[in-house]
Design a protein around this ligand. Structure first.
Ligand code: HEM
Length: 449
């Protein structure tokens, strides 16, 4: 570390190290994010300063600080995603401006419990889950790749009613290029990942333009999805622009895709490593299947309310893998919290993973133990979806699509991890390195591969 408490550092900023000129400590953070944070917390305390992704940054690692920055002081800060992400995901910055709360209200009817517990939605998602699982038969499965297919089909259905098929596959292909643009320097040169990401984003925007044109000329093509809600939103005679609508859809794809597919991937791994838990989960799902008249009978929301252990498994996986490890914010003006000064335009990382892996809050934090959630967690100690006015609007979707997939998976198949756990791929969302290869066997006796 070159600088400890640089002379130019404003008084009251927590201690820390700023690393090398320009790059600061970015490489240390990228290489081992948990070690990076834990090491500095033990050296400097629950708040520390560093320099990452081109900005001086303060880490805040306590439940109270998370509540303060994300909820109590929410109007004093704005989101602070890295420039490569910001430019690709929402070029109009509509999720960050004056229209933010209106957009959230517009999303709510399609993403809230009323919409997602409807029999049509549950049956649709159930059929996508079964279809995905059928395609696993007879081959070695890369869990993460498959979970991505599943969650992409579900979210595309909700956002713009593009059903599984060639159009959705093409959008998914472009979307993967979009994602590789995130973990890159925002340099617009031909053949950089960033440029490829922008181009792929524009291909997806063109597809969305076509959908909007079609809906405007053919009123029968109304689909009652997020796209319709955004196109119909009007406040004081003002509609959203097409660019803003596309920005919101892209934001939802980005926020919702990798998070939910990694969540399911982790659960597959934890079940394979915890046989007793797995057996208990099989019992929960077998008893639901026994109430069905045929193997094809779809799941319903009332079945899903019986899945209490599955719910706790999901909560524990959200805790232990803290998929959104930190939430980035930027103070709009100088501010302070409990004597810690946060200068205007510095970045603040509210580190959710530090809360979820704190041994004083969760004893043996690296042990996968869903029974922790038999009791309600203390306020602000379990916030995988954030808190305050930006709390994840997709949290019910993440839960519902996970319950449905896990029901079909656990009741029909068993699996084995092939070639072991090779560590964590941390960016953009933590997942098992290599995507977790498994071999799958049908529980009803017949071997699948
Ligand atoms: C396991 C799955 C998921 C996790 C862990 C997760 C986590 C989060 C977190 C922590 C935030 C708060 C960011 C902040 O305060 O700035 C957030 C925001 C958001 N999430 Fe999720 N999310 C998940 C799934 C989804 C899904 C399925 C969608 C689908 C629409 C979604 C859409 C969004 C959107 C649009 C925002 C921005 C909200 C705003 O700025 O007002 N997320 N998510």
């Amino acid at each position: 570390a070159l600088l400890l408490r640089k002379p130019s550092t404003p008084t009251g900023v927590p201690t820390g190290a700023f690393g090398w000129p320009l790059v600061g400590e970015t490489f240390q953070l990228l290489a081992q994010p948990r070690v990076f944070v834990d090491d500095r917390v033990s050296r400097y305390g629950a708040f520390f300063a560093t320099h990452v992704f081109g900005s001086p940054t303060i880490y805040a690692t306590t439940p109270d600080a998370a509540k303060y920055f994300l909820a109590d002081a929410q109007r004093l800060m704005k989101p602070g995603y890295p420039p490569s992400v910001e430019a690709i995901q929402d070029p109009t910055r509509v999720m960050d401006g004056a229209l933010h709360s209106r957009i959230r209200k517009t999303l709510q009817p399609s993403l809230g419990p009323d919409a997602l517990h409807r029999p049509q939605f549950v049956a649709f998602t159930d059929s996508v889950a079964r279809e995905t699982l059928r395609s696993w038969e007879g081959r070695l499965v890369n869990t993460h790749d498959e979970m991505r297919k599943y969650t992409f089909s579900v979210i595309l259905h909700i956002l713009c009613s593009v059903e599984p098929g060639p159009e959705s596959d093409e959008m998914r292909g472009h979307f993967y290029d979009v994602e590789s643009g995130f973990v890159s320097m925002p340099i617009r040169l031909p053949f950089t990942n960033y440029s490829r990401g922008l181009q792929a984003r524009d291909r997806i925007f063109e597809a969305m333009d076509k959908m909007m044109a079609q809906r405007r000329t053919n009123h029968n093509s109304r689909a009652n999805d997020v796209l319709d809600a955004l196109m119909e939103s009007e406040v004081d005679g003002v509609r959203l622009t097409d660019a803003q609508i596309k920005g919101v859809l892209m934001f939802c794809l980005i926020a919702g895709h990798e998070t939910s597919s990694s969540l399911l991937t982790w659960i597959v791994m934890h079940l394979a490593n915890n046989p007793d838990l797995w057996t208990a989960l099989q019992k929960e799902h077998d008893s639901i299947r026994q109430t069905k008249l045929s193997a094809d009978e779809a799941l319903t929301w009332s079945d899903m309310k019986q899945m209490q252990l599955t719910n706790r498994v999901i909560q524990e996986a959200l805790r232990i893998s803290s998929l959104v490890a930190y939430v980035p914010r930027i103070p709009l003006d100088d501010m302070s919290y409990k004597g810690v000064v946060l200068p205007k335009d510095w970045h603040v990382h509210v580190d959710l993973a530090s809360i979820h892996l704190n041994p004083d809050i969760y004893p043996e934090p690296h042990k996968f133990d869903p029974s922790r959630f038999e009791a309600t967690p203390k306020p602000n100690t379990f916030i995988p979806f954030g808190t305050g006015h930006r709390i994840c609007p997709g949290n019910e979707l993440a839960k519902v699509e996970s319950l449905i997939f896990l029901h079909q998976l656990v009741s029909t198949y068993s699996w084995e991890i092939i070639s072991g756990f090779k560590g964590i791929e941390h960016w953009p969302i933590p997942r098992p390195k290599g995507g977790l290869n498994i071999s799958v066997k049908c529980r009803r006796g017949a071997y699948v591969n």
